[in-house]
Design a protein around this ligand. Structure first.
Ligand code: ADP
Ligand code: MG
Length: 816
């Protein structure tokens, strides 16, 4: 659907209060970036070619500068004179979209660019990530540079395959080959082919493959015709990366031009450990402390696989750093013979006015060191600590990050890199149909990229926590995600975009036939596809939801079991990661103040006997009942101020009742306020899609239908939604006894942990320690789960108790 003209005339972008001074300052910095020297050349290349590949080191200014060059470039403005006045009014083909594989990057880069351009986010520059769209606050289609996650642009392409709004699409971080980026390549190429003025030469389509694919050719022809009618100018594509396998992209875009921008990189000395490390957290801890003690100044960046490991190590670092300081003080106070009393409070200094989260200690200086964390699920407000320059009284920054800091975002001042050599990787076994999130070894390319982060400001050092011989065994590059995931979502997405046969889709790397077949089977089992493999009405409904097919099915099944309100909550809560705040991670690690015991006690009141879905509902419902919260997901500073006043007013009114403020409620209950707020926001957006009329691309159902206290209805709803992810307890008592005995030897007295076998695939799995069913004695006989996690063992998460016999009732075609 092409965009329609806005009724109100586009206003000038709102300047931010201190814009001019800042802009000038920023300009000085911008001029020094490596890409700046090449701006004319880049613009010329983009203007003359439909596809340009840009390779430049991380931090050269690709993401922040190149879109600005294109926007400011005169030639592309002239180019627009060719557009008919009608279309200019429609504001077709006038926006630049920059895609990012990660939300974090889309948000921070958009914010930075808005600052550089002297405007507020949401005016000229905005970001668009799932459940958070800051664009077009001044009227329809008024943002001209949009930083979006690739998933968001894909959703847009579903409704508008010609990408009519865009003049230029920048595919950033292309080397990552995330699932959504890979699909986006095909989608963008399709739009490009329909909008091009020159005849498109494509080897793949020139030889007719089969009759079935004819349908897709017809669709392509129709798109071309429509592009002509709309007088769309050709779509320009820029593919950007720090490390690109140029040949792959050149053969995919045969007409592309390639430019490599020389970067600034100082030498980095690489050190390996002499032996394999048993515990990389421990090893990273001692390495960081040693660097801090013996090496000269410079910040430390530690790469770890995931948020849990990061929070764990951050806690340990803060603890050791504060102990070290205490030791130092006690010696000096001994010398001064009791002159001062040591105040432990002094050592953990909070940075004022930064919205410091007391719980997690984000942004606190311990003994002169700022320990900050960075991972995708971390709310943007807390990510800023990693990017900000060091506050007063801080001599060193230690940043703990996932692979986000490899290329997606630029951190200044790093001189030491500690590389665990691990990352989280989605993996899919198409034979068993099991998808998992595993901790895997990085590739050589990734390891080099990580090392490079130490040489941006001056010569640096990298400490790899594995021996040199281990490096030689690493893969050269990481395999594209599309070859490692369950393709059900991909097939559904492509089908939703009107692609008749997803096998005919022009993939950058074609996934295996087996994986494709498995996806068809899963969608068939969920009744999203019919016998002829056409999308059913139900499948079309699924494609409308910004959820993966499993969650979409769970939600769509809910009206039948009268638990729509509950499932909306459960899905929102389960998709917002880490609702429960567990100090010191989820493991058994001790913390000095006994916080983890307090947290466990606070969480107990929410824990439901039946498992995670009802537990999540209890948390959400208690919060709604006991806390005062006013959403602040959108809006500028003024709006936020208005909301804060509203909240204070509400708090005053409520002073007689027992309601407390959101922040206080979360602190008291050891719940992540940000995650909860996000879940609430997600819920509102899902509700909106569900309740919107079908004629307006909604689902048209009543979102207030609730099962009340009828837990059976809820659990049956869960069984119906998650029947493909059911597991039953392993009843082999010998096996259980063995494991219990082992646990007892280790001093673990909890005998209630269950071992399960998945109904489909027959894999052996364990309840994850974060499950509310973990430790229940006896464990339930049968469960459904929402996630499979493979670390040292295979775990299931989001587990909820069901009755085995319900499966045949809720999915009779499947379980006869
Ligand atoms: P690339 O995409 O090539 O890796 P970026 O365009 O992201 O590089 O960053 C270019 C430069 O802009 C960085 O070197 C950094 O100095 C600065 N920069 C980028 N983002 C931010 C930010 N959020 N805060 C401060 N400086 C930033
Ligand atoms: Mg970048």
């Amino acid at each position: 659907m092409p965009p329609t003209p806005s009724s109100s005339k586009a206003k000038r972008p709102l300047p931010s209060p201190t814009s001019n001074g800042h802009r000038r300052q920023h300009m000085e910095v911008r001029k020094k970036l490596p890409v700046y020297q090449f701006r004319k050349e880049i613009c010329e290349l983009v203007y003359q070619n439909e596809v340009v590949l840009v390779v430049a080191e991380t931090g050269s200014g690709k993401s922040t500068q190149i879109p600005q060059f294109i926007y400011e470039n005169g030639k592309l403005k002239n180019f627009h004179k060719n557009i008919s006045s009608a279309n200019r009014k429609l504001r077709l083909a006038h926006t630049i979209c920059v895609t990012q594989p990660r939300r974090v990057a889309a948000i921070t880069v958009a914010k930075r660019v808005a600052e550089e351009m002297g405007c507020e986010t949401g005016t000229l520059v905005g970001h668009r990530v799932r459940f958070d769209d800051s664009t077009d606050i001044q009227g329809r289609n008024t943002s001209r540079i949009i930083y979006a996650t690739d998933g968001m642009l894909l959703r847009e392409a579903t409704a508008d395959p010609l990408l009519t709004r865009y003049q230029c699409i920048v595919l950033d971080e292309s080397h990552e080959r995330s699932l959504q980026t890979d699909i986006l390549f095909g989608v963008v190429k399709r739009a490009m082919k329909a909008r091009t003025r020159s005849k498109y030469i494509d080897e793949k389509n020139s030889c007719s493959v089969s009759e079935e694919f004819e349908k897709d050719k017809l669709i392509q022809m129709r798109m071309r015709k429509k592009a002509k009618e709309l007088e769309l100018v050709p779509l320009h594509v820029i593919v950007m990366s720090a490390t690109l396998e140029v040949e792959t992209f050149q053969s995919y875009f045969p007409q592309s031009k390639y430019i490599k921008i020389p970067g600034r990189q100082f030498p980095v000395q690489t050190l390996f450990t002499p032996d394999y490390q048993e515990d990389y957290i421990d090893s990273a801890l001692s390495t960081a402390l040693q660097i801090h003690k013996y090496e000269e100044e410079g910040d430390i960046l530690i790469f770890l696989p995931g948020s849990e490991e990061i929070e764990n190590l951050a806690g340990l670092l803060r603890k050791y750093l504060s102990e070290e300081s205490e030791l130092g003080r006690s010696i000096s106070s001994d010398e001064k013979s009791g002159e001062h009393e040591i105040k432990k409070r002094d050592m953990v200094q909070s940075i004022k006015g930064m919205g410091t989260d007391l719980h997690s200690g984000h942004g606190s200086i311990v003994n002169g060191v700022l320990v900050c964390v960075l991972y995708a699920a971390l709310p943007p407000e807390q990510q800023i600590f990693a990017f900000q320059s060091k506050p007063q009284g801080c001599s060193r920054k230690i940043i703990l990050s996932t692979n986000i800091a490899e290329t997606s975002v630029t951190l200044d001042g790093i001189r030491f890199v500690i590389d665990s050599g691990k990352c989280k990787e989605r993996d899919y076994n198409s034979a068993t149909g099991m998808e998992s999130l595993t901790v895997a070894d990085v590739s050589k390319a990734q390891a080099r990229q990580r090392s490079g982060r130490a040489g941006r400001v001056s010569a640096g050092m990298t400490f790899r926590l594995y021996p040199e011989i281990a490096f030689d065994t690493l893969d050269e590059t990481t395999a594209p995600e599309i070859s490692r995931v369950n393709l059900a979502q991909v097939v559904l997405q492509l089908k939703g975009m009107g692609i008749h046969d997803p096998r005919s889709f022009d993939f950058l790397t074609t996934p295996s036939q087996q994986a494709m077949l498995k996806a068809f089977k899963q969608l068939y089992a969920l009744e999203a596809l019919d016998d002829t493999m056409e999308l059913t009405t139900y499948g079309k409904e699924m494609a409308k939801l910004p959820l993966d097919p499993t969650f979409a099915h769970l939600l769509l099944q809910s009206p039948k079991y009268e638990c729509t309100a509950e499932m909306l909550t459960a899905i929102s809560m389960l998709s917002a990661e880490n609702i429960f705040y567990r100090p010191g991670g989820s493991g058994d690690s001790e913390d000095s103040s006994g916080l983890s015991a307090k947290a466990a006690a606070a969480h107990k009141r929410f824990t439901s006997y039946e498992g995670d879905i009802p537990t999540m509902l209890t948390v959400y419902n208690c919060w709604r009942k006991e806390a005062i919260y006013i959403s602040s997901a959108k809006g500028g500073k003024k709006e936020r101020k208005r909301r804060r006043m509203q909240m204070e007013e509400a708090s005053r009114k409520n002073s007689k009742s027992s309601k407390i403020l959101h922040g206080d409620w979360c602190t008291r209950n050891f719940i992540s306020g940000r995650a909860l707020a996000r879940a609430h926001d997600v819920r509102q957006q899902l509700s909106e899609i569900c309740s919107r009329e079908t004629s307006r691309n909604g689902l048209g159902f009543d979102v207030n239908v609730s099962c009340g206290d009828d837990i059976v209805k809820l659990l049956k709803g869960a069984s119906a939604g998650l029947f493909l992810q059911a597991a039953s307890r392993v009843s082999n008592s010998v096996e259980i006894n063995k494991s219990i005995r082992k646990d007892m030897q280790k001093g673990i007295t909890n005998t209630g942990r269950g071992r399960y076998k998945t109904k489909i695939g027959g894999a052996e799995v364990n309840l994850h320690p974060t499950c509310s069913l973990f430790g229940r004695n006896p464990p339930p006989k049968c469960v459904v789960y929402t996630e499979l996690l493979v670390t040292k063992r295979t775990y299931i998460r989001g587990a909820t108790q069901i009755k085995e016999e319900w499966l045949a009732e809720v999915a009779p075609k499947f379980f006869r």
